[in-house]
Ligand binder design. Structure first.
Ligand code: HMG
Length: 419
C-alpha cells in the first residue's frame, strides 16, 4: 500500500454520549446473573443510557459541534453531511437535516442519512472519501456522523450489549489524523437474518450466536476481497498493523474477530502469538467501548478515538486496519495510515471528562426510562422534561407538537415553525 501524494482521510473526530449510564454489576445483580459473565465474558463495564430527552439528533449534533469547534473547522468548509444511523427519528426526514440546521451548514451542502445497521457510518466515510478524491469537493470537507441508541429490551440476551452515543468525523484532504488507503477496500454483502428491527418495534431482534458467526464470515469475505486488490497480501496481515480496529458490539467480539483475522494468515494457530498480538494491537483501544457499550454505527470509531487519545509519535506513518460490520449484512475491510504529527492533536479527542461527569442510574431508574421510551412515539403529543433526568446543557428533544419534533436549543426560526 503506497501512500498517496494528496492523501484523503480523517481530519477531525469527536464523541458525544448521553449523560447517564448503568453499571454492569448493578444490571447483573438485578438479573441474578454472575457479574463476571458481563464484565469478563462480554468485556463490558458500563453502558450509556439515553434519557427520553437525548435522541439520535441531539447526540449527533453534540458530537458534530465538538468536532468542528475542537479542530477549528468553519461550517462553511463542509460540502457533504452524512449521518449513518439505524435508529433514526422519522420514516422520511433524515437526522442529518436537523443537524444541518443546528450547525448552520451552507445550503449547498449535500445532506442525507445512510442505513445498513452498524455499517452506515463507515459507508458514509467511504462515500465521502471517494467524493473528495474525485475532485468534486472543490476543496470542501465532508462531515460524517455515526449516531445511535442501541436497545434490545429488558431481560433479553442482548440487554448487556446496549449503549448510546455518536462519533462525528471530518473527512478531508491532507488530514491531520489518519490517511485512508482508498485503493484497497474489501467489500462483503450477504442477506442474513442475524439482527433486525421491524418497523413496529422499538427493540432490535437478534439471533445472537448466529450473528457472531455472520460477523466472522463477513470479516473473512471482506478481507479476501481487500487482499485481491494489493500486490502483496501480507501487507494486510495483523503484524503489519500498528492497530486493528473492529466493529465492537461488545468487547469480547473484538477478540473473536482478531482471532479469525490471525487464523486467516497462519496455517497453525498459536495461542501465545494471538494473545500477544491482541494485547498489542486491539485491547488497549477498547476501554471506551467497555464504558459506553454498543453504539452501533459509531462503535468502530470509538475504538479509533481511544487509539488517537493516547497516540504516541512513534506510531505516526504506521498502518492500521478497519473492519466495519453491519448486520443483515454488509461489511468492509480497509486500511489507514496514521498521519504525520497526528499525536499533536490527541488532547482534542479525549472524552474522559465527559464520561466522568455521567450520572450512574439505578436499575429502577433505567427500567422506568425503558418503559417510558417504549411508548414515547405511540401518540403525537409526547413531552420530555430534561430537569426530570437532571441533565445539563440546552440541546434536548422535548417531544412533538403538530406532528413535528421539537428541540430545545435549536435556532429560533425552527422553534417558531414547530411551535
Ligand atoms: P448469551 O447467550 O447470554 O451469552 O449472549 P453466552 O452464554 O454466549 O456468554 C457470553 C460469554 O460469556 C461467553 O464467552 C461465555 O463463556 C462467557 P465466549 O464463549 O463467547 O468466549 N461467560 C462467562 N465468563 C465468565 N464468567 C461467567 C460467565 N458466564 C458466561 N460466569 C450474546 C451473548 C452476545 C449472543 C448476546 O448478548 C446478544 O445476543 N447480543 C446482541 C447481538 C450481538 O451483539 N451480536 C454480535 C455480532 S453481530 C453485530 O456485531 C452487529 C450488531 O452490532 C448490530 C448492527 O449491525 O446493527 C449487533
Amino acid at each position: 500500500m503506497t501512500p498517496s501524494k494528496n492523501p484523503v482521510g480523517i481530519d477531525a473526530i469527536a464523541f458525544a454520549g448521553p449523560q447517564c449510564y448503568l453499571d454492569m454489576r448493578d444490571l447483573a445483580a438485578a438479573r441474578k446473573i454472575d457479574p463476571d459473565k458481563f464484565t469478563k465474558g462480554l468485556g463490558q463495564e458500563q453502558m450509556a443510557v439515553a434519557t427520553p430527552c437525548e435522541d439520535t439528533v441531539t447526540l449527533a449534533a453534540k458530537a458534530a459541534q465538538a468536532t468542528l469547534k475542537n479542530f477549528d473547522i468553519d461550517p462553511s468548509e463542509i460540502g457533504t453531511l452524512i449521518v449513518g444511523t439505524e435508529t433514526g427519528v422519522d420514516h422520511a426526514k433524515p437526522v442529518a437535516v436537523y443537524v444541518h440546521e443546528i450547525l448552520g451548514l451552507p445550503s449547498n451542502c449535500r445532506t442525507f442519512e445512510t442505513k445498513h445497521a452498524c455499517f452506515g457510518g463507515m459507508a458514509g466515510v467511504g462515500t465521502s472519501a471517494d467524493w473528495i478524491a474525485s475532485g468534486r469537493a472543490r476543496g470542501r470537507k465532508a462531515l460524517i456522523i455515526a449516531s445511535d441508541i442501541a436497545r434490545y429490551g429488558i431481560g433479553t440476551a442482548g440487554e448487556p450489549t446496549q449503549g448510546a452515543g455518536a462519533v462525528a468525523l471530518v473527512i478531508g484532504q491532507n488530514p491531520r489524523l489518519m490517511n485512508l488507503h482508498l485503493n484497497c477496500i474489501g467489500d462483503y454483502t450477504r442477506q442474513v437474518m442475524d439482527f433486525w428491527r421491524p418497523l413496529y418495534s422499538k427493540y432490535a431482534f437478534a439471533d445472537g450466536h448466529y450473528s457472531i458467526q455472520c460477523y466472522l464470515d463477513a470479516l473473512e469475505g471482506a478481507l479476501a476481497d481487500a487482499k485481491s486488490q494489493v500486490d502483496d497480501p501480507h501487507t494486510l496481515n495483523t503484524d503489519s498493523m500498528e492497530a486493528c480496529f473492529y466493529h465492537v458490539p461488545f468487547v469480547k467480539m473484538a477478540l473473536k474477530a482478531h482471532r479469525r483475522h490471525v487464523e486467516l494468515q497462519h496455517d497453525v494457530m498459536n495461542d501465545k502469538a494471538l494473545n500477544e498480538s491482541y494485547a498489542q494491537r486491539v485491547a488497549p483501544w477498547l476501554t471506551l467501548n467497555a464504558t459506553v457499550g454498543n453504539i452501533y454505527t459509531g462503535s468502530i470509531f470509538l475504538a479509533l478515538i481511544d487509539f488517537l487519545r493516547r497516540l504516541d509519535p512513534s506510531s505516526e506513518g504506521k498502518n492500521t486496519s478497519f473492519f466495519a460490520y453491519g448486520s443483515g449484512c454488509g461489511a468492509s475491510y480497509s486500511a489507514g495510515q496514521v498521519a504525520d504529527n497526528a499525536a499533536a492533536w490527541r488532547h482534542l479527542v479525549d472524552p474522559a471528562a465527559q464520561l466522568a461527569a455521567r450520572r450512574r442510574l439505578t436499575v429502577e431508574e433505567y427500567e422506568r426510562l425503558m418503559h417510558e421510551d417504549e411508548h414515547a412515539d405511540d401518540n403525537e403529543a409526547t413531552h420530555s422534561d430534561p430537569t426530570r433526568w437532571q441533565l445539563d446543557g440546552d440541546l434536548f428533544y422535548l417531544g412533538t407538537h403538530n406532528h413535528q419534533r421539537v428541540y430545545g436549543g435549536m435556532p429560533k426560526a425552527h422553534m417558531k415553525r414547530a411551535g
